[in-house]
Design a protein. Structure first.
Length: 233
């Protein structure tokens, strides 16, 4: 069955706006067809389309707890990079299981924050959620800077940052004991030495992703995958 995001309306669920256009005009869903609808909660709803007007009205026939939503609360602090790369990272962050994405400006950022449009990113998140069958969308926060994200670190059990000039780090092997984890990844230019020192002073753990120098989008996927796998119980 095809998947959509919707909103509750009394005993029914409405599928609206772009999701409705995709349902009706692209997928040609008809009255009587069954779909799976997410409400950005832990449950997924098996629904029957009962009306197609301004919106799709769906009757709930059943509900299930979604088993693929992230088990750990992992935030990606991603230095802003060029739009195609950032959109790719957002898509993969959704699939891999990040709970939150925080874009930030660092010293060597080439792109500007305005290149990453929130509406476009939210659309990418929704499509990635449907593809990987998770029902809770990751939050994308407003852009920050290095000082701003360092102030957020106090809310995390551990924060790791990708650093090509260090060892893998023993702490990676102990991630199962942490509930709230932060990951920091740089832009195309990486981090300055001063920024690395600030992260270390803030209590962050420096982690290597191998001897080769990775592109920023590759580093993000590698770091997210490493932490996601190593933090599972």
């Amino acid at each position: 069955m095809k998947r959509f995001f919707g909103r509750k309306d009394g005993d029914n669920i409405l599928i609206c706006d772009d999701e409705y256009n995709h349902l009706k005009n692209v997928l040609r869903i008809k009255v009587g067809d069954e779909v799976i609808v997410s409400l950005n909660t832990s449950k997924e709803y098996v629904c029957e389309v009962i009306s197609l007007g301004k919106n799709a009205v769906c009757k709930i026939n059943g509900e299930n707890e979604c088993l693929v939503n992230p088990k750990k609360d992992i935030t990606l602090f991603q230095a802003v990079c060029k739009r195609p790369k950032f959109e790719f990272i957002v898509q993969k962050a959704t699939e891999i299981g990040m709970s939150k994405i925080v874009p930030f400006m660092s010293e060597y950022c080439i792109a500007k924050v305005t290149e990453n449009k929130m509406e476009r990113l939210n659309s990418i998140v929704e499509n990635a959620c449907k593809q990987c069958e998770r029902t809770i969308k990751p939050e994308i926060s407003e852009a920050s800077d290095v000082k701003g994200i360092i102030e957020m670190f106090k809310d995390y059990d551990i924060v790791l940052f990708a650093n090509e000039r260090t060892d893998v780090g023993e702490e990676v092997k102990k991630l199962t004991k942490y509930k709230k984890i932060g990951i920091i990844v740089g832009s195309e230019g990486g981090f300055s030495q001063k920024e690395k020192e600030k992260f270390i002073e803030a209590g962050c753990v420096s982690v290597s992703l191998g001897r080769r120098i990775l592109r920023c989008e590759t580093a993000s996927v590698a770091m997210m995958s490493l932490v996601s796998i190593m933090s599972e119980n």
